[in-house]
Design a protein around this ligand. Structure first.
Ligand SMILES: NC(=O)c1ccc[n+]([C@@H]2O[C@H](COP(=O)([O-])OP(=O)(O)OC[C@H]3O[C@@H](n4cnc5c(N)ncnc54)[C@H](OP(=O)(O)O)[C@@H]3O)[C@@H](O)[C@H]2O)c1
Length: 291
């Protein structure tokens, strides 16, 4: 049996749907029954409630499990959550944990300068030292981060992508590709002690990103380069809490320091997954881009 944590989140839910699509059994860990309703009717998906921070709530989830895909929210005590979970899995005799990481694959962020990278590195080291077999899957920025509603997404009212990152190029990846790679990895052998970096198929400037969104929606979107302080004020005006503003600030500053993202498609190739281009992603999400 394979257990997926964070199953109701963005990547976790795509991964559960991919298991179901392939007709492969999986166990999905959820906290909130309302969010777990999305999986009703999916054949082969076993739902188990539990809290990664409370090992005593995980007994049922761990029963008969050979491999775990460990995911939790970046915003929510991630180091503590995943460290407690690794200890609990070890105590329960789970042999192998695959960690969905976030070391800004394809860019090489300085962990001292961005909390997200730092926390994922810390958890990777903790897992590696646990004595369990481990694998790290490290996707780059998700394409979803350009959708309205994401902090760094387009403003559908103004038809603008407003960011303080100049002409840099990023190589975002589709979460549907992550789901296919993750399921391929979890269902095959020989990945212990390996790390898989994974990006989308192109390093795109923000101008190119909005060109794809414009083509897909048939509506003119434009990239507007705003000042960093102005962008941070936009977040605050939108009600984003100060700690979250600080983390996005670190990420934007670090992105600007790394103007050329690499393209890393080894994981796609290893698991026979056709990389989704941003143009395809934009077509699939054209309605969402229009708000
Ligand atoms: N955003 C990016 O561009 C990017 C790029 C690379 C890597 N990543 C990494 O990818 C990972 C997944 O991101 P995501 O966007 O899929 O996250 P997400 O949508 O926030 O989902 C996180 C999931 O973890 C669950 N969770 C959190 N704490 C839990 C606990 N104590 N017990 C049980 N479940 C718990 C949440 O449950 P609830 O539904 O109950 O809240 C949710 O289902 C993160 O570590 C992130 O850093 C992100």
């Amino acid at each position: 049996m394979i257990l997926v944590t964070g199953a109701t989140g963005l990547t976790g839910s795509a991964i559960i749907r991919e298991f179901a699509r392939q007709g492969a059994p999986v166990r999905a860990l959820f906290r909130n029954p309302d969010k777990a309703r999305q999986f009703r009717g999916l054949v082969g998906v076993e739902l188990v409630q539990g809290d990664m921070l409370r090992p005593e709530s995980l007994t049922e989830a761990f029963r008969g499990v050979e491999r775990v895909l460990m995911i939790s929210s970046p915003e929510e005590r991630m180091v503590e959550t995943q460290s407690v979970f690794v200890d609990a899995a070890k105590a329960a005799g789970i042999p192998h944990i695959v960690k969905l990481s976030g070391k800004e694959s394809g860019i090489g962020f300085d962990a001292d300068r961005f909390q997200g990278t730092r926390e994922h590195e810390e958890i990777e080291r903790y897992l590696e030292a646990s004595g369990l077999a481990w694998t790290h899957l490290r996707p780059s920025q998700f394409m979803n981060r350009y959708l309205p509603g994401a902090l760094t997404g387009v403003d559908p009212g103004r038809r603008e992508l407003r960011l303080p990152i100049g002409d840099i190029r990023l190589s975002p990846v589709d979460t549907e590709d992550i789901a296919k790679v993750a399921v391929g990895l979890l269902r095959s052998e020989g990945h212990e002690g390996k790390a898989y970096d994974m990006t989308g198929p192109e390093a795109l400037s923000m101008k190119e990103v909005v060109e794809h969104i414009s083509d897909a929606t048939g509506t003119d979107f434009r990239y507007v380069e705003v000042g960093l302080e102005d962008k941070l004020q936009e977040f605050r005006d939108g009600g984003v809490p100060e700690p979250a503003v600080r983390i996005v600030e670190q990420q934007l500053v670090e992105r600007a320091r790394h103007p050329e993202s690499h393209v890393r498609l080894e994981a796609h190739r290893a698991f026979g997954v056709e990389p989704t281009s941003f143009a395809e992603f934009a077509r699939r999400n054209a309605k969402a881009f229009l708000g």
